[in-house]
Design a protein around this ligand. Sequence first.
Ligand code: SAM
Length: 306
Amino acid sequence: MNSQRKLQDKQQARPETSLRDEASKLPPGLYLVATPIGNLGDITLRALETLRGCDVIMCEDRRATARLLQHYGVATPTQSYHDHSAAPVRTAIIARLRDGARIALVSDAGTPLISDPGYKLVRMAVAEGLHVSALPGACAPVMALSLSGLPTDRFFFAGFLPPRQAARKAQLRQLAAVPGTLIFFESPRRLAASLADMAEIFGDRPAAVARELSKFFEEVVRGSLSGLAQRYGADGPPKGEIVILIDSPEAVPGQTGDMLESDLDSRLQAELARYRLKEAVARVTADTGLPRKQVYARALALSGQD
Ligand code: SAM
């Protein structure tokens, strides 16, 4: 019998109980387990062993998690958890961890804590010196970035934008100078409006819209921000889940370096004509997202106070 065959036989003969025995060797602690974002096959063997070996799985929606657990024959009980759960709920989880429990945290899909619950719980467990471990796996922003064709060396994940236009634009202005690929979550309903605001504030940078990742209708549409805004404005809201990615200011000539400095000067001059130095600096800092120190130094120079 060749060695490959021996290995296969050994794996087939490995009873389910030995998997459970292995899992029960888990040290007590909090386990952050990534789950699929579409394709149920996108879960690791270690994630499944951990889910089997934990005493309880904290999740957002017990019905959504039940579907996954049923698919893989995981019988561990579930309990719901959200970051807005009352503090006593977190205190009770921490007490169980202190008593030696193994507790998994999953979200409905993807990596917990990434625009999903868990941050407050992890912060508390870390502060208590408890064991916290993460089981890596599917994560929509990372998958979208890999597929986007945009630079991957530096990126900034900005999560969901505010739904109201004024707040959305204010946040986009703060991100205009970020020197890396920007990543946003967006709902299909707001996609066209957000792309139009992005085109207005960022200029016509290369961008991508990644939709239904790892699912049957997965697609990545690449183009300029204005082209994408026009396309989705004309077609109406697409179906499914969406990630928007935008190239850095370096992708468009004149958005960084000297040009940005002269742009900064003209913005500052306009504000200095109307406000005192401190107020002008605060307004331009909020507007451009540039470091306050840089704006303040420029304002001093322009007003002859340096
Ligand atoms: N924690 C998750 C993760 O790691 O991917 C993200 C959770 S967040 C509440 C949900 C948002 O992620 C969706 O509104 C959508 O913007 C994005 N998303 C999740 N699954 C996706 C998919 N299969 N394709 C594209 N975007 C997805």
